[in-house]
Design a protein around this ligand. Sequence first.
Ligand SMILES: Nc1nc2c(c(=O)[nH]1)N[C@H]1C(S)=C(S)[C@@H](COP(=O)(O)O)O[C@H]1N2
Ligand SMILES: [Mo]
Length: 301
Amino acid sequence: MNVIHRKGWEIAEREATPEHLFLNRRSLLKAGAVLGAGTIAPGLSSIALAAEDPVTPEDVGARYNNFYEFGTSKKVHAAAQALKARPWSIKIDGLVEKPIEIDADALIKLMPLEDRVYRHRCVEAWSMVLPWTGFPLSKLVDYARPLSGAKYLRFETFLDPKMASGQRSFFPWPYVEGLTMAEATNDLALMVTGAYGKPLDNVFGAPIRLHTPWKYGFKSIKSITKISFVEQRPKTFWEESGPGEYGFWANVNPQVPHPRWSQASEEVIGTGGRKPTQLFNGYGEYVAGLYKGLENEKLYI
Ligand SMILES: Nc1nc2c(c(=O)[nH]1)N[C@H]1C(S)=C(S)[C@@H](COP(=O)(O)O)O[C@H]1N2
Ligand SMILES: [Mo]
């Protein structure tokens, strides 16, 4: 059996995939009370008794999404099934030793997959907790063999207005995002290939998407077709769409309001409740250092 070395940022119930094992603290305590604590399966007790952030149930998490390529509503699950996620080719280009074009499944096979439970905080002041499968973006950076001039990663989503009805609207398609090399090689930056113990549902951005859980959700670009290593900071989809409202850095900060609403708290989707928002979405210990010396930048918009 594999020994799992848990890192500090990991939410303790991470071993609980598939999702039917995600008992919340209350139901587990109840089960314990009925069965006697000793009868709880050993793998499970450590999971659920430590559950401070209950995982969002799958039927909630996969039915409240942002995927503007398929419409601006949160109910985009059915429309997103029009996405043809296989076969899927990914280009890696720009300032690299040699440009690469690789099938998504071939890339996924080359990468060390792991399960991670991450908090997700949308700029619209709602949040979820998602059980992902994926690999560290840093592994893809190694694989790409960037040249020393590469300062940023620029990510791009597919462009196919015939397939994706939302791309017939006025937005500056395709969806583009970016990270610095330091952010991309931080341990937390995850390339996501699965959720709830299964390959990614289209609505989550199949076959492969990014999740940077310390940043607002819009940084976590879905259905990636191209990753370019570049010298200049890329102009992102949301900066292009609303420059006064969305910036490049977009780190979560409850004290810096969005121009149109407070970021102090968030609606926890599926619970009917709210909770206070945390600086860097609670991951500051692992990422705050990335922003030393950048205090003059708009780090939280
Ligand atoms: N290509 C693409 N990626 C995207 C989006 C999008 O509309 N298109 N929406 C972003 C926003 S605003 C959020 S909150 C998350 C939502 O991810 P989820 O649906 O998996 O929760 O995806 C992000 N990535
Ligand atoms: Mo979002």
